[in-house]
Design a protein around this ligand. Structure first.
Ligand code: UT7
Length: 418
């Protein structure tokens, strides 16, 4: 008999597989949220002293009034860690219970190690895997999707997803078209698996790389021809504002509708939409595209500007705190930006409002952070010692003993002289 199965689709029947297969799909619930922004405020009138602009232009064209700028000691990692600690407080989860940490960022401290690994260390989340995710302003929703899928299959139970940026360090402060837009900050959520229906209901991830050059942040590895054309600089944001505006308004409505369709819902079911906070005019467009009232679209762009991957989790944390989201509400998140990339997610909110309190677990969390701080230098010293060869160990021990002997002899000599 002729085998009709294509060669590429033939599978060897694994014997160990049945034991590894997850049970039924689980639900992924958002149980904690937190945000952290620098205290330094840069207002539109402050910007008038930096570039040729004015409050009226910025307000009418973008809706932005002010943005936060990181102080010298603040980094993407420190903002991310603080936001994560607040989210863990709301969720009342211990760092040791986290299985996975994803940091969505376009402004990591290093290409490697990942910001997520540094956050993992600061939190003392010693059982977690950690990685950074690069999808520009869509990064937070992409990161949520990754974590949700691992939770739903039962591979992990608890995840921390963070969006964090220090964009003020990569903005071209001579370009009035971009420097007025961006700000710094971080937002985080804790996700947990459960059998109670609800949580994340649907999500859509999309990309169109043909528009890669509309929004860029070149690195040392960018093509010479790109960096030498006079318009682009290494480590500085470049944006074709009008092009990105058109792209964003084209994709937002459809991506939310597609995510809703996965759950058999329509825009009328949405209690709140939290779009990426790029421009008030784009945020207003969301309501028009979905034919829902404007008060069902959340905006805080006036206070923080565009914080890229951090904008959605910051807005989500504020919306929950302002009681704009209640248990049972269906909400949508939508991100869009460099790549070009875009992503939408629909969530049935299940978290019952509660305020972080000084519980025993709060104390244990503080203990875990303090222990992580003590452990870090000790483990680094220990690792350095472990890297030495046995001969070096012996030589070091001999040198130590010689020094001690000399010291004792010196003391004896001094005593004899007395
Ligand atoms: O997070 C990633 C996603 N990013 C976005 O979604 C950003 C999308 N794009 C936008 O939000 C808007 O395109 C901008 C806010 C960036 C720009 O607004 P626009 O209405 O598209 O302005 P434009 O770039 O078309 O510029 C209009 C005029 C120009 O003058 P001329 O050529 O018409 O004489 C600009 O030179 O406004 C001028 N202009 C400014 N004037 C005062 C540009 N920037 C400024 C400024 N202050 N800061």
């Amino acid at each position: 008999m002729i085998d009709t199965i294509p060669r590429s689709r033939r599978l060897f029947r694994g014997r160990a597989a049945p034991a590894r297969r997850p049970r039924a799909l689980r639900y992924a619930h958002l149980i904690g949220w937190g945000m952290e922004v620098p205290s330094q405020v840069l207002s539109n009138s402050d910007l008038e002293a930096i570039v040729e602009t004015n409050d009226e232009w910025i307000t009418t064209r973008t809706g932005i009034k002010e943005r936060r700028i990181a102080a010298q000691r603040e980094t993407t990692t420190s903002l991310a860690t603080r936001a994560a600690q607040k989210a863990l407080d709301v969720a009342d989860v211990l760092p040791g219970a986290i299985d996975l940490i994803i940091v969505a960022t376009a402004t990591p401290e290093h290409i490697f190690p990942s910001t997520a690994s540094l956050v993992q260390d600061y939190l003392g989340a010693t059982n977690a895997g950690a990685f950074d995710l690069s999808a520009a302003c869509s990064g937070f929703v992409y990161g949520l999707d990754m974590a949700v899928n691992k939770i739903q299959t039962g591979a992990i139970n608890t995840a921390l997803v963070i969006g964090a940026e220090t964009l003020s360090r990569v903005v071209d402060w001579t370009d009035r078209g971009t420097c007025i837009l961006f700000g710094d900050g971080a937002g985080a959520v804790v996700l947990e698996g459960g059998d109670t229906p609800g949580g994340v209901l649907g999500s859509v991830l999309r990309s169109d790389g043909s528009g890669w050059d509309m929004l860029t942040l070149p690195t040392a590895n960018s093509r010479d021809t790109y960096l030498q054309d006079g318009a682009h600089q290494q480590g500085r944001i470049y944006m074709d504002g009008r092009g990105v505006f058109r792209f964003a308004t084209r994709v937002i409505g459809d991506s939310i509708r597609d995510a809703l369709a996965q759950a058999g819902l329509t825009p009328d079911d949405l209690a709140l939409v939290i779009p990426h906070q790029a421009n008030q005019r784009i945020i207003d467009h969301v309501a028009k595209a979905l034919k829902i009232p404007e008060n069902r679209v959340y905006s805080n762009v006036a206070r923080y500007g565009n914080t890229s991957a951090a904008s959605i989790p910051i807005a989500l944390a504020e919306a929950v705190e302002e009681e704009r989201i209640k248990p049972g509400d269906v909400i949508a998140l939508v991100g869009f930006g460099g790549g070009l990339s875009w992503a939408a997610m629909v969530i049935e909110w299940t978290a019952v409002p509660s305020h972080p309190s000084y519980s025993i677990t709060w104390g244990r969390r503080q203990g875990a952070y303090a222990y992580a701080g003590v452990r870090r230098p000790l483990i680094r010293k220990w690792r350095r010692l472990m890297l030495l060869s046995p001969t070096t160990w012996i030589l070091m021990a001999r040198a130590y003993l010689r020094r001690r002997r000399e010291q004792i002899n010196r003391l004896r000599g001094a005593k004899d002289e007395e």
